[in-house]
Each structure stands twice: as C-alpha cells, then as structure tokens.
Design a binder for this molecule. Structure first.
Ligand code: AOF
Ligand code: ZN
Length: 358
C-alpha cells in the first residue's frame, strides 16, 4: 500500500478524486459519513459513479459497482476505483465494501481519507493483501474536511448533532407572553418533519416540554405519523409531566427518554449508548429551546444547522440563543453554507431555510 506523491500520476488521481468528492456531496449529512466513488477504466473512461445516501443505505463503492451489473463482461482488472473514504472492511448495516471490490475484480483502489473507526477501518490493507494495488491519501485533506464533524463525533463517542433553529427576523423563538405557534410557515415545518424522519432521536429541554408540550413525532404532509419515528428525548433536571404529549403511547425507555442532566455531552453519550429501533442512536436533532440550544453551541456540539427564518419581528420575545460565553466578535462561532446546497432555500413566501455547518 502506498501514499500519494506529487507526480503526473497523482494529477490523474486528483482529477478523479475531485469527481468522487462532488458525488459525495449528494448524500445526506448525519450518522454516516458523506462518501463518493468513481470507477475509471484504464483509458480514463468513467464507467460508474456512486454515493452514499445516508445512514443504513448502500455504501458509495457498492452504489457505483452496482451500476455495472448489466455489463458482466467488463474486465475490471485494469480499472481503478476511487473512493473519498477507505472502503470499510466490516459487515455493519451494509456488507463490507472490501468484498465488493474483490468480487468485482477491480485491480486498483485509490482512496482519500482513512477510515479510522475501529469497526470499519483497515479496508485498504485488506485489499492490498488480497492483491489489489492500493494508494491512500489522495486529496486526503479535502476528503477529511468533508466529514470533519462526523469524525469528531465518532472520536467523542457521541451522535452527530443537527440543530433546528426556527426563528423570527430578530432571532426570537417566542413572543414575550410565551406564544410560539407558529412563527415559521407550514412549508418550513414540513421541511423540518422530513429532517425528523432522518434522525434517530430528537432532543428538547424540559422547559420546552412544560411550555410548548410538543409531540416530537415525525409526520407527513397530511399530519399522519411516518413509518420511522425517532426517539423523543428530554434534557434537564425538572420532571417530565405524566400527561406530556411526548409520553403518550409509550413507557419511558421505549419511545421516549428523560436525560436527567444539564450537560449536553453527557446527554449525547447516554443517547449513543441507547438502542432505539434496533440500533444505537447515532444522529440527534436538537430542537430547543433557548437553554438547550445555547448549551450545545457553547460546548461546540453543533455539527449542522437548519436555520429557518420567518418574516416576523417579535421585539422583546425570547431569543433563540442566550449566553454562550462570547463577548467579542472574534470569538463568535461562525458557520458557512453547506456546500451541497449552494445557498439558502426559499421555502414559502418569505421563509428562508439556511443549511449551515461549522
Ligand atoms: C464505506 N463507504 O459509503 C460509507 C462507509 O452501518 P454501516 O454498514 O452503514 O457502516 C457504517 C460504517 O461504514 C461507518 O461508520 C463508516 O466507518 C463506514 N462508512 N464506508 O466504505 C461508504 N458510508
Ligand atoms: Zn463500505
């Protein structure tokens, strides 16, 4: 197994790896990394491209290789598979990519970032030992940056955190009398229900439960429950009332869970050790309110934000974020647009959803 050196050959590697990076961005951020793959013939023809669509779905390498099913006659011994991430060598929710590469008879593998997870890592070595010509580390920085926050979550032993911010033009989440339903449009709320369908758990603070009494279910456009329902979790030391809407229909530990702590990292670690619908919680949607949002921002536990801004001004309402320990501009956490989206998304009338990352 070799590491990329600056040569003419590398120029070719980088060109194809850039394409794989573009493919990776088509996936959904969250409980699994963004991964793209490109299969290239010896004379430079792109035979197939693939990407990983999100947790539990096909890995990028298989997504690409599957496209060749109708071309069984193709001899891939002189072809090169490019993958932004080292192919996994474990059977998880998906079968190991290393075996797919071997089954397809691909002669060369070029990957970007190493998979450092204990379970899946080491695929490059496995393939090299099986006779595949393997080069790792091509555009490694770009490939790593793509999943920087995902890797950080892995290292910290916690789920990936998506934050939902639905606020007024002046960044308020409620009027001063506490009313908050609804600040954003029905279309914005429908968008956030689609996000709920992608996560393993939703998290709110006890205050939100006491004031808003949310159901925290994922519902479709008609208001019906969708097939996948995330775990409903509550952070904080105050009790969750027996009649709270989120407790309806399930005993504690089944559909909902009280995390009796004020420490966001401790709450996340507890969630990571919790099984919901057969697998551990790997992706959490933090929905508020103010103290929970502030705690996550202040602890740098935000991996992605969906910020919905409605054309309404609430004045002396409740701010979405309170004290995060920042007193000067230089120390303010700054976010950038998610490169996959390209810009804010106009949802309805003047509501705008901005998809951001740290
Ligand atoms: C790849 N290609 O496209 C992705 C990989 O639960 P599973 O089976 O989906 O496995 C998840 C692990 O596999 C994940 O933690 C990461 O190490 C790797 N993801 N690997 O070869 C891919 N998404
Ligand atoms: Zn894989």
């Amino acid at each position: 197994m070799s590491t990329a050196q600056p040569t003419q050959q590398n120029h070719v590697y980088e060109t194809h790896m850039r394409r794989a990076l573009q493919e990776a961005l088509r996936g959904a951020r969250g409980a699994n990394p963004l991964v793209g793959a490109v299969l290239v013939s010896a004379d430079g023809e792109i035979l197939a491209v693939g990407h990983h669509r999100g947790a539990g779905s096909l890995h990028a390498e298989r997504d690409a290789l599957n496209q060749l099913e109708a071309r069984q006659d193709l001899d891939l011994t002189s072809a090169t598979l490019y993958s932004t991430l080292e192919p996994c060598r474990h059977q998880g929710r998906q079968p190991a990519c290393t075996e797919a590469v071997l089954d397809a008879g691909v002669g060369r593998l070029v990957y970007g970032a190493a998979d450092t997870t204990e379970a899946a890592g080491g695929g490059g070595r496995r393939l090299a030992e099986a006779g595949v010509e393997v080069t790792g580390g091509v555009l490694a920085e770009d490939c790593e940056r793509l999943n920087h926050r995902w890797s950080l979550a892995q290292e910290q032993g916690r789920p990936f955190v998506t934050v939902h911010l639905a606020q007024s033009l002046d960044a308020k989440i409620a009027a001063s009398d506490g009313t908050s339903q609804w600040i954003t449009s029905a279309t914005s709320r429908a968008h956030s229900h689609r996000v709920r369908q992608r996560v393993d758990a939703i998290l709110v603070g006890t205050n939100t439960v006491l004031v808003d009494d949310p159901r925290l279910t994922a519902r479709d456009g008609q208001g019906n429950l969708t097939v996948h329902q995330p775990l409903r979790s509550v952070l904080g030391l105050r009790e969750v009332p027996a009649e709270a809407a989120l407790r309806r229909g399930s005993p504690e530990g089944q559909g909902w869970r009280h995390l009796r702590t004020r420490d966001p990292l401790e709450a996340l670690r507890t969630l990571a050790a919790t099984t919901h619908q057969g697998h551990p919680v790997r992706h959490v949607l933090v929905e508020g309110g103010q103290s929970v949002l502030s705690a996550f921002v202040a602890s740098d536990l935000v991996d992605e934000i969906f910020a919905y801004q409605a054309p309404i001004i609430l004045g002396t309402g409740r701010s979405s974020i309170a004290d995060i320990g920042v007193t000067t501009l230089q120390h303010a956490p700054r976010y950038e647009l998610d490169p996959a989206d390209g810009g804010p998304v106009q949802l309805m009338e003047a509501d705008v959803c901005t998809h951001l990352q740290p």
